[in-house]
Design a protein. Sequence first.
Length: 345
Amino acid sequence: MNPMQMASAVCSECEIAVLVDEEIGERDESGRFVVEAGTMEAQVLECLSARHGGVSVIPFDPDITPAIEELRRLSPRLVFNLTEWLDGNRRLDAAIAGVLEMMNLRYTGTGPEGMQLARDKALAKSIVGALGICVPRHAIVNGRVPDIDFPFPAIVKPQFGDGSDSIANNALVATERDLTRRVAAIRRRSEEPLLCEQFVEGRDLFVALLGNEPRVMPPLELVVGRKGPRAPRFATYRVKNDAAFRTRWRVHYREPRLPQAVMAAIEEASRRIFAALKLRDYARIDYRLTAGNELYFLEANPNPDLTRHTFGRDRCFAGVGYPDLIASIVDAALERTRAASAADR
């Protein structure tokens, strides 16, 4: 029996229940839920199963009753929450965390409030901007194209998106006419709220944080090695999800050489953002660094991709080996919940 099948088996004593999106696997003939091989969930399961005696997998679907009943029956010591949406709606990740809160279960990752703060890109920018950290100027696009008070170019993106949803090269607009066309194109398939954001020229940096007095990992920089008019200028959906596209444009990630003052600014800003957005256990913050070494906050991800090779070989979280990363998330969640229980007594 492979690790995924072992983990999906019902445990007499469940130490860790791994909560996943229903689309990531299916039940076998015995009724066990088995995640698809090679996925992030399978990689996390393999690490957890190697270290812990009882690991079960629970799919969370729109009919939430079966998941709740299984969680009650197993009564796990900890829930490793790998859910990203509910019925395709990313804004409901906070609701899933809310269910775990109501059940008084210990679980990994950010709680409902932090999920909501980070998910809303406009709200997150307002909070971070109030800290004195640079953020791009922006405007919310609802029914019509707004009159923007900042210079082009600009990026049009979903206000509540994740993983560069709906972000391609044509998300970058150079004129008000381009903006109108881009919004109209998106509106033909979706009525989701949009954000029009000033495009900051510079380098894309991704900074992971681990723990609750967070350890700030070395930043990773997105590098596009091949130039051309169609080369990506920022982290599009295809940059993140299309291996052939990355190969074509020689996309890779590296630990950049940055002045000590910039590294110190990244560490301080990241810790303050982590606290202000009520993030927990682990997170990733995305920045743009200008040629003049001004650091701009773009967004925070409270449940970043934990695929082993997200940013290249073993660079999911720079500086931490993959099994140690998964173990550290478990330890951070248990330590946080123990501290909260002690404070309540």
